[in-house]
Design a protein around this ligand. Structure first.
Ligand code: TPP
Length: 306
């Protein structure tokens, strides 16, 4: 039930963010995590408090799962001073180190190297933390990903790469993404990214391996292409034959909770009302919040001299 609440919060937050973007209230880019809620939530449930997350341009869901307040996150998207990054990062560059959330990166492939750096620091400090680093399937073709994998493998870094393969059952990539580390002897396997129980179980195994010196590990998370709300990619004809429960992680978990008697339709409606209220509050806060002031333009751009 906790997973359902979390996944629904990400879904409702993202739906609203998409609407605000279309209304011109969010500047720059706005990449949504709709369809990836089970991957985000399942990995967060598998991780421990000290573990870190670093991700791509598609970062809002991870920020929520790491515990960033929806009000501050929405304020960041709307470029307000009360945002997670003072309104200067925007949708692409949300970070919140106090929540062990290291962004939000616009350069495709960059999280792979930055994630290896975080993992290296954790090993150097012997603090027991594992870094979970998400990459898109396109990012998996970037050169720096392989440089990072090579070094991470040489040093057995406590690192789990989660590669999002949103092309469903028929991945349109020739080498399985889970196998991309084979030449560095990096283990990987693919996971049903629609099923949160499968994600959490795989996440626990991979995180344990990485924490125990068996890292890095690659998890290829297979999800289905989503555009906006519930519009499976029109170009992917095969997916249109599938039921929503097969391709939508929120509907998938809802079906399981109802069938197994954990909840009722009425309770789920209440959760949806509560979730919508959280998002409504976040939007109201963000819309009424002040813009950053010019005097803060250079603040937090560079680290203060030690
Ligand atoms: C180095 C670099 N090249 C190109 C871009 C432009 N760009 C932004 S998102 C994107 C697609 C990334 O695809 P993928 O990694 O599969 O992630 P998805 O958006 O599908 O989640 C591209 C090419 C960029 N931001 N950085």
């Amino acid at each position: 039930m906790a997973a359902y609440r979390q996944m629904l919060l990400i879904r409702r937050f993202e739906e609203r963010a998409g609407q605000l973007y279309a209304m011109g209230q969010i500047n720059g880019f706005c990449h949504l995590s709709i369809g990836r809620e089970a991957v985000i939530t399942g990995m967060a449930m598998a991780a421990s408090q000290i573990d870190q997350v670093i991700t791509t341009h598609r970062c809002h869901g991870h920020a929520i799962a790491q515990g960033c307040e929806p009000q501050r996150l929405m304020a960041e998207l709307l470029g307000r001073a009360s945002g997670t990054n003072g309104g200067k990062g925007g949708s692409l560059h949300v970070t919140s180190p106090q929540h062990n959330f290291f962004g939000g990166h616009g350069i495709v492939g960059a999280p792979a190297s930055l994630g290896a750096g975080l993992a290296f620091a954790n090993r150097y400090r012997q603090n027991g933390a594992v870094t979970i680093c998400t990459l898109g399937k396109g990012a998996a073709d970037q050169g720096q990903v392989y440089e990072a994998l090579n070094l991470a493998a040489q040093w057995n870094l406590p690192l789990v790469y989660v590669i999002d393969n949103d092309s469903g059952e028929s991945p349109n990539v020739e080498t399985p993404l889970a196998d991309r580390g084979l030449s560095f002897a990096v283990k990987g396997w693919w996971v049903d990214g629609v099923n949160i129980a499968a994600v959490r179980a795989a996440g626990r195994t991979a995180i344990d391996m990485a924490r125990d010196g068996g890292g890095p590990v690659i998890l290829e998370m297979r999800t289905y292409p989503y555009r906006g709300h519930f519009n499976p990619d029109a170009g992917n004809a095969g997916e249109r034959q599938r039921s929503l429960e097969e391709i939508d992680p929120v509907v998938n978990l809802k079906g399981r909770l109802l069938r197994e008697g954990w909840t009722s339709e009425d309770d789920l409606k209440t959760i949806d009302r509560e979730t919508r209220a959280i998002v409504r509050d976040a939007v109201a806060h963000a819309q009424n919040a002040a813009a950053p002031v010019a005097a803060d333009l250079k603040r937090n751009v560079t680290a203060p001299a030690a």
